[in-house]
Design a protein around this ligand. Structure first.
Ligand code: ZN
Ligand code: ZN
Length: 126
């Protein structure tokens, strides 16, 4: 028998191409609260920013009753506009503030949900 075993197929490894999304995940975007009636803010402005015009910086339209306020810099945009923006960006459209920490908060919560029980089994094998 002069047959050579063809074992070259085992060297084939399926490459997993990780698609790195440039923006935030859907869950992280959903964590940003939607505020209604932004046109009537209830004070609380620590820095007197009187020059803040109530317009969406993405579509330059006037803000209506469905806006998302970014938790880090409290900039407000239309919910639909900022959803689309954050799907491909991780920064605030106005001040470029880094919003990637919204995803990190989610990961930390998942770690806290893990029970820290530890079962030690001592096997006395004699
Ligand atoms: Zn908009
Ligand atoms: Zn901002």
């Amino acid at each position: 028998m002069c047959g050579r075993a063809s074992s070259a197929q085992s060297a084939r490894v399926a490459q997993q191409v990780e698609v790195v999304k440039p923006g935030l995940s859907k869950e992280a975007i959903a964590r940003i609260p939607i505020t209604s009636s932004f046109a009537n803010p209830e004070g609380g402005t620590s820095s007197s920013s009187s020059s803040s015009s109530e317009a969406c910086a993405i579509c330059l339209g006037e803000l209506d009753d469905r806006v998302r306020v970014l938790p880090k810099c409290s900039h407000a945009f239309h919910a639909e506009c900022v959803d689309m923006w954050l799907f491909s960006h991780k920064t605030c459209p106005t001040c470029r503030s880094d919003l990637s920490s919204l995803e990190q908060q989610q990961q930390q919560q998942q770690q806290q949900q893990q029970p820290d029980q530890m079962v030690v089994v001592v096997v006395d094998s004699r």
